[in-house]
Design a protein around this ligand. Sequence first.
Ligand code: F0G
Length: 430
Amino acid sequence: MSLTSEVQKRKQFLLRCYFCKTEYEIDEYGKFYHCQKCGNLLEIVRLGGFRDVAISKEMQGIWKYFELIPLWNSANIVSLSEGGTPLVRCRNLGRQLGLESLYVKFEGLNPTGSFKDRGMTVGISKAKELGYKASMCASTGNTSASLAAYAASAQMRCIVLVPKGKIAMGKMAQAIAFGAEIFQVDGNFDDALRIASEICEKDDKTLLLNSLNPFRIEGQKTVSFEIIEQLGGVMPDCVILPVGNAGNITAAWKGFLEVKQGALNSLFGTNLAHKTPPRMIGVQAGGAAPIAKAFKNGMRDSIEPVLSPHTQASAINIGSTVSWMKSLSAIYDSGGAADAVSDEEIFSGQRLLASTEGLFVEPASATPIAFLVKIAKEKSKEYTRIRDQTVVCICTGNGLKDPNSVLKNVRPDQIQTIPVDSISLEKVLA
Ligand code: F0G
């Protein structure tokens, strides 16, 4: 199967309002960020189904799914080799929690250390294709690190807004190193995103690259393609992931639905349509949990934003989830769930994953593990349901981004010092 021509490909994709279904020309994106009619978020849909989509053998990482991504010309790809992250079978942790088949998709091994790179390679490639010279985002840290890297590679201006004093040092260091223009907002992430959106709505030369940008979602959906490939053409039963602004849960669900419609049929030479997509379980931090609360109250049509969100898992310290509607659809349509865990549970989950499996993830990324520990302790209905199933936790970011999350408990100066001889060491070890 050969790749579709540029002209044909343009005809295959459409920009559409997620809510009222008003359709727009895809390359108009950036002149507006919301539906012009009802103000809701936009999404990208592929027309004419997914059968006979070619998966490229020449392209690497997420770009092997080029046919499924709305970029017209492969010459516009700005890539740092994102995707292709390992799916690690966690036998030690599984045994400890009584889970038969537990996996971690370790997204911390992307080029800038988080899952954001999947979306950013597509977002910046599209920005280049549309002729943008400047990009902007608000961020709790990872988005800014990722955008700054891709903008540097594309030689594009990059402006990032971060909530003052609320992002991990490693992420700030990345944004500085990549040469972004950084501004600290004297407020929280939700304030920073409001400001960035207002500026980009007015300035049609700067593209907003937060996850409300549907091109980001088109890149991030590839995590689901990879999970299915790594499981040998099998859908997992349940996928557990952290939720902040809810771009990731939206994207992962979109990926699974596209596979159900045939997106990977050519790869496996079989029709995956009869397979049931996984239940999506979103986990938030207790102090910033509008989606978990909405789910608990059976709400689907609205959420109550948290006005002063607070969690030490700074990446998901978000009170006003932008993609709330899409994420609640993912949760309800998949028969999934949403829940919240405390900061204490998050840090303990982070240490548990690291010490049982050798996987060091940042605090926000440990929320799925914290959730599993919690339901295992409670022996809840959810636990009984999933313990013999294939469970995949998407661990979104690398622990090295936020070393203070571990060092605040054990300071390096508290670690025992020994004299320079082997006898002393022998003594201490005895
Ligand atoms: N995990 C990590 C490590 C994150 O950085 C984020 C979001 C999430 C999970 C939640 O993903 O927003 O798609 O639900 N970080 C954003 C940022 C907000 O600015 O880096 P989501």
